[in-house]
Design a protein around this ligand. Sequence first.
Ligand code: ADQ
Length: 391
Amino acid sequence: GYYYGFSNEGLWPLCHIAHTRPVFRNEDWTHYKRVNEKYAQAVAEELAGTKDPFVLIQDYHFALLPKLIRHIRPDAKIAIFWHIPWPNPESFGICPWSKELLLGLLGADLIGFHIQFHCNNFLDTADRLLESRIDWEQFAVNRAGHKTVVKPFPIGIATGNPNSTNGTAQAAARQEVLRRLGHPVKWLGVGVDRIDYTKGISERFRAIEHFLEKHPEFKEQFTFVELAAPSRTIIKRYNDLGDELEKEAREINQRLQTRTWKPIIFRKEHHNREEIDLFYHAADLCLVTSLHDGMNLVGKEFVWSRSDERGVLVLSRFAGASRQLKDALLVNPYDIEEVAEAIYKAATMPPEEQRARMARMRSILDEHNVYRWAADITTELDRIRSDTPKG
Ligand code: ADQ
């Protein structure tokens, strides 16, 4: 009721505009409240003996926690980071418990989203659904004598690993992957996702099929490998999706395949880091076609793995990452024609252009890495604490 129910059948589809209807069950909501209360107790025990603590809460499973903690420990400074999008007030307002969720979140001193657009949606929602005063200059909500600052903190990846730039890792990976495929294709594409309807995997498959139909010279020369991790499979919609995608890949393959070549290889399993890196290193292009995504780390991981400055990222403009990675080929994943053309452009992009785009994106990732994300949130919380008069 708590995790699969309200969190993942209610809040997840409510916050993602992917045209999957949220399910709101009373009993799930009861579980959600109960689990948030349980966590509040656990946090309170942990905080015993600490004066003026900082608390950083992560994600949509804990919307009620900020208010609960504030109630137990008014001296705590509380931040919550919401890893998924925040929809507009009309969309959010369909949740029967929209006000309770907002009030729970507004117990925090700081609410973080990946991008400004989601902050604005949140402020609009608070404005519309609650009696509150929105400060559009400071991006804050004032309610019942308490102020909550709402700010973007785009999450990054750990960029600290030593990275050889001579391309040996990439060349070796390519050889290994081609050996495994058993068919020496000239172009290799990769996708890495949890199996989730927000990730646009089906749209991606259709775009690949369309690309091969439009550009038949790529037949037998282009293979796309999808590393898809089963996720939340207790929920029927998720379990069915895995089967549907497998079927879709099989049907496309049946239409196009030859004796030794398949256009799509669908590997439905969790892969370890090494295995994912192998495919990132080997690929000419990575396809991220999320219908909606708070940030999306896959695109960032692919770019960071390319110390050889080769390869092209095709990225949905509905993923938060598109606000930073402007040198990716940005696409509307619903537009199959556009994605197919982006695949073509990626496959035919001259190496100098690949290099220039990769270099710019890599320097953005290095600057906005996950350490900076964490430091920015704690620094902001500290600033808020210093600004708040004692007593
Ligand atoms: P997710 O929806 O899980 O995260 P994403 O940011 O892409 O999406 O992260 C997925 C992670 O899982 C990546 O590190 C990826 O490498 C890994 N992964 C994907 N497929 C895998 C597989 N087959 N085997 C093993 N690992 C796999 C949520 C939000 C995002 C936001 C992140 C972080 O939905 O929008 O970017 O949180 O805030």
